[in-house]
Design a protein around this ligand. Structure first.
Ligand code: 13P
Ligand code: SF4
Length: 305
């Protein structure tokens, strides 16, 4: 890696009073230079409490928007303006308003992988780490609309025993991980424990030993006696897993679990982002205030350990 670029990042991040946040799926070199790495929930919490003046968000747009909604006085920038999450764009605020009209009185829970406009139309936000707790906290007699991820929604239905009104959104990366990938990985590593993200398809989840958010995977492997793990989520996850369990072996479930948007961030783009404070992420104030309510309710409900 180019040491000069790293030195310049180091200098500029101090000068700008910036904090660099990175999601667990970011390329290894981005995770290594970040001040904080984590899952969507951890990053939201970090964004809401950091004292920095600038947040350089190495992840996808909805994550940077979440940081801006929770920290409006900070400048939030993304090193690549096109790093989006296709799942987040699978439902619009207009479509959600129509769904609400079809189910008057229902509460709306949106996955954090959604646009600010959709969060503004929702009562509660959740991440994959606390979706079960958020739904469990809602009154039993109420109908619940859950958007946009049908696969996380089905996982929540199973864990809570409640029927949800689901939207047919999905993660194009996680649905590429197939049953065959798990079976083949198990054949090669029969002793390994299979961890899968709740965004995976139902047949893949059926084959897994544990269904976990990215942050929960990190906690899980630290207390597991196993020494081999098959990882059914985006491949970037292998890097932080190896860091917390250097004695263990981690195998991706097939080769297709790559999120092209997460991989748009490069070290050079992080430097350019710090140098010219680009690309700024903004959220209109009326949307921000409404979206903030649903995020604040989420931040209050932490996952059970
Ligand atoms: P986590 O909340 O588990 O970090 O997942 C975010 C994500 O985008 C999964 O595809
Ligand atoms: Fe979105 Fe899937 Fe990429 Fe996560 S892995 S950011 S859900 S496209």
């Amino acid at each position: 890696m180019n040491q000069r670029v790293l030195n310049e990042i180091q200098e500029l991040r101090q000068k700008r009073k910036a904090v660099i946040l990175a999601h667990n799926y970011q390329p290894a070199e981005i995770q290594d230079l970040a001040d904080f790495c984590g899952d969507s929930l951890g990053l939201s919490l970090e964004a809401s409490k950091t004292g920095a003046e600038v947040i350089v968000f190495c992840g996808v747009r909805f994550m940077a928007e979440t940081a801006k909604i929770l920290s409006p006085d900070k400048k939030v920038v993304m090193p690549d303006r096109w790093a989006g999450c296709p799942m987040a764009d699978m439902i619009t605020a207009e479509q959600l308003r129509t769904l609400k009209q079809e189910h008057p009185g229902a509460l709306v829970v949106c996955y954090v992988n959604s646009t600010a406009d959709v969060k503004a139309e929702s009562d509660y936000c959740c991440t994959s780490a606390n979706a079960v707790e958020v739904v469990n906290s809602l009154p039993r007699g109420k109908q619940i609309i859950f958007v946009p991820d049908q696969h996380l929604g089905r996982f929540v239905e199973e864990k809570t025993g409640r029927d949800l009104i689901l939207w047919p959104g999905y993660c194009p990366t996680h649905v590429l991980i197939a049953e065959d990938d798990i079976q083949e990985a198990r054949r090669q590593h029969p002793e390994a424990v299979v961890m899968a993200h709740p965004e995976c398809s139902e047949p893949v989840k059926q084959l897994a030993d544990a269904l976990l958010s990215t942050g929960q995977m990190l906690t899980f492997v630290q207390s597991s006696p196993a020494r081999q793990f098959i990882v059914a989520t985006e491949v970037g996850m292998i890097h932080p897993l190896r860091k917390v369990r250097p004695d263990a072996e981690f195998f991706p479930a097939g080769r297709r679990g790559v999120c092209p948007n997460m991989k748009k961030i490069t070290v050079e783009k992080v430097l350019a982002s710090l140098a010219s404070l680009q690309y700024e992420v903004t959220v209109p104030e009326d949307i921000r205030l409404r979206a903030k309510r649903s995020l604040e309710r989420m931040v209050e409900i932490l996952p059970e350990k």
